[in-house]
Design a protein around this ligand. Structure first.
Ligand code: MN
Length: 433
C-alpha cells in the first residue's frame, strides 16, 4: 500500500475550492458518499466529494468520456450501488482512484464534461453510503479502557484479557444514521442506593468519539482472513459517534455487555475516506515496552511496518444556550487514532478468526479513542469522572452529561509533512427530549 501520484501534495484540482489547503476534500482524498439534490425525492446517487462540491458519478459516467477500466468500474457506482463497487476489490478501488484523480486534476481534458456533473455540497442531502449489514464495536482505546476501569476498579483498571484479545461486541446496524436529532432514550436504571430499578429517561447520556471502518471484501463462512490479507478487505474509514446511555449501561452490562444503552442510535459521517487515500498517514504498529506482543495470527510484516494510522480526532460541543447567544462550539477533546491498541487489520482478522463471515458494507467501530490526559478524553464519562466533576463551559454553563439541545460534533483530519491535509468531514447530533 505505497503512495502514488494520487497522493502528491503538489497536485491541484480544476475545482478551485479543493485547493484552499483547509478543505477536508482536496483532490488527494476522493471519498465516496450517497446523495441527492436536497428537497427532491430523486433516487440516491453515489458521489465523490471534491472541495465544496460533489461529483455525481451517474452523470459523470454518462456525460464524460472515460477509458477502460474506469468506464466499467463506474458501472455499479452509476447504479447507486457502493457495495457492488466494494466487491470488485482493491485493484479496482485503486484503479478508479487513479482515473478520478486524473480527471479532477488541473489541466484534465475531462474537466469541461465533469464541470456539468458537480453539485454544491450545500445543495446535497446525504444518506448512509451503503446498506450496513452488521455493525461490530471494538474497544481499542486503551487509555479510555484504563480511565473508565479506574472509576470502577482502581486496583486493576485493565482486565487481563485486554492486551491479548481485541475486545468487541455485536452492535445494532438498524439504528445507525448520519446524526441530526438524537432522541434521549428511556431505559431501566438503578442508582446504587436504590432498592429497586426504575424505568425512565436516561440521565447520563454521553457521546463516544470513534472511527468506523467499512469492510469492502467478503470472506466465506469458515474461512478466516489472514492478517496479511486483511488490508485488502478494508475499504475505508468514517467518523462514528457511539451514543451511550451510561446509567442504563451500568445496570444492564453484566454479564453480557452493552445492549439497550448503545442500540438506540449511532451516527457516522457521510463520506467514506478510502484506505488508499490514507496511505501517506500510515505508521508502524508498536507496543509499549513490557506489553505482550500479539499472538502470531495477529502479527504480520505489513501490520508491523504500517498497520497504524495517524489521524487527529476532535469533539466539539455547542449547548442550546451557546447557540442562542451566537457563541461558537467549544472543543472538548483532541486525540489521535494512533491511541488505538489494535490496528484495523488486527480487528478484521480477529473478527474472522473463528470463521465468522464479514460482508461488504459491514461496519467496524474502533472504540472510544481517548488519550491519557484530560484534554484527550473522548467521552463525557471520562471528562466528568462519571458525573462527579462537572466540566466548565464558556458562558458559565457546566456539564457532566449531555442535556437536551446539546450538539456534539466529531471531526477528524490527517496532516503530515510531505503529504496533503485530508479530512473525514464531520458528524453532528443534537439531543432532543
Ligand atoms: Mn463504543
Amino acid at each position: 500500500m505505497l503512495t502514488d501520484a494520487t497522493h502528491d501534495p503538489a497536485l491541484k484540482s480544476w475545482v478551485t475550492s479543493a485547493n484552499d489547503g483547509a478543505t477536508d476534500f482536496p483532490v488527494q482524498n476522493l471519498p465516496y458518499g450517497r446523495f441527492r439534490r436536497a428537497g427532491t425525492d430523486e433516487p440516491w446517487r453515489i458521489g465523490v466529494a471534491i472541495g465544496d462540491q460533489v461529483l455525481d458519478l451517474k452523470l459523470a459516467r454518462e456525460q464524460c468520456p472515460w477509458g477502460e477500466p474506469a468506464h466499467a468500474l463506474l458501472a455499479p457506482l452509476a447504479d447507486g450501488d457502493l457495495t457492488g463497487f466494494m466487491q470488485l476489490g482493491r485493484e479496482a478501488w485503486r484503479s478508479l482512484r487513479a482515473a478520478l484523480s486524473a480527471a479532477l486534476a488541473e489541466g484534465s481534458e475531462q474537466a469541461p464534461f465533469l464541470e456539468l456533473c458537480l453539485l454544491p455540497q450545500a445543495q446535497a442531502e446525504m444518506t448512509l453510503p451503503c446498506r450496513i449489514g452488521d455493525y461490530t464495536d471494538f474497544y481499542t482505546g486503551i487509555h479510555h479502557a484504563v480511565t473508565i476501569g479506574k472509576l470502577f476498579r482502581p486496583d486493576a483498571p485493565l482486565l487481563p484479557n485486554y492486551q491479548w484479545v481485541p475486545i468487541g461486541y455485536h452492535g445494532r446496524a438498524s439504528s445507525i444514521g448520519l446524526g441530526g436529532p438524537i432522541k434521549r432514550p428511556n431505559g431501566q436504571t438503578k442508582a446504587p442506593a436504590a432498592e429497586a430499578p426504575s424505568f425512565g429517561p436516561c440521565r447520563k447520556l454521553d457521546y463516544e468519539l470513534e472511527v468506523g471502518a467499512f469492510v469492502g471484501r467478503a470472506n466465506a463462512q469458515g474461512e478466516p482472513v489472514p492478517i496479511d490479507e486483511a488490508e485488502d478487505a478494508l475499504f475505508g474509514l468514517c467518523l462514528l459517534n457511539d451514543w451511550s446511555a451510561r446509567d442504563i449501561q451500568a445496570w444492564e452490562y453484566q454479564p453480557l455487555g452493552p445492549f439497550l444503552s448503545k442500540s438506540f442510535a449511532s451516527s457516522i459521517s457521510p463520506w467514506i475516506v478510502t484506505m488508499d487515500a490514507l496511505a501517506p498517514y500510515r505508521r508502524p504498529f508498536t507496543r509499549p515496552a513490557g506489553d505482550p506482543q500479539p499472538l502470531p495470527y495477529l502479527d504480520g510484516a505489513f501490520n508491523r511496518e504500517a498497520g497504524a494510522i495517524e489521524m487527529t480526532l476532535e469533539v466539539w460541543l455547542q449547548t442550546a444556550a451557546m447557540r442562542a447567544a451566537g457563541a461558537p462550539a467549544v472543543r472538548l477533546s483532541q486525540s489521535n487514532l494512533t491511541d488505538a491498541y489494535w490496528t484495523w487489520a488486527q480487528m478484521l482478522t480477529h473478527h474472522s478468526s473463528n470463521g465468522c463471515n464479514l460482508q461488504p458494507g459491514d461496519l467496524l467501530g474502533s472504540g472510544t479513542l481517548s488519550g491519557a490526559r484530560p484534554g484527550t478524553y473522548a467521552s463525557l464519562m471520562e471528562l466528568s469522572s462519571n458525573g462527579t466533576q462537572p466540566l466548565a463551559l464558556p458562558g458559565g454553563e457546566q456539564r457532566t452529561f449531555l442535556q437536551d439541545g446539546d450538539t456534539a460534533t466529531l471531526r477528524a483530519h490527517c496532516q503530515h509533512p510531505g503529504a496533503a491535509r485530508i479530512g473525514l468531514g464531520e458528524v453532528s447530533g443534537t439531543i432532543i427530549g
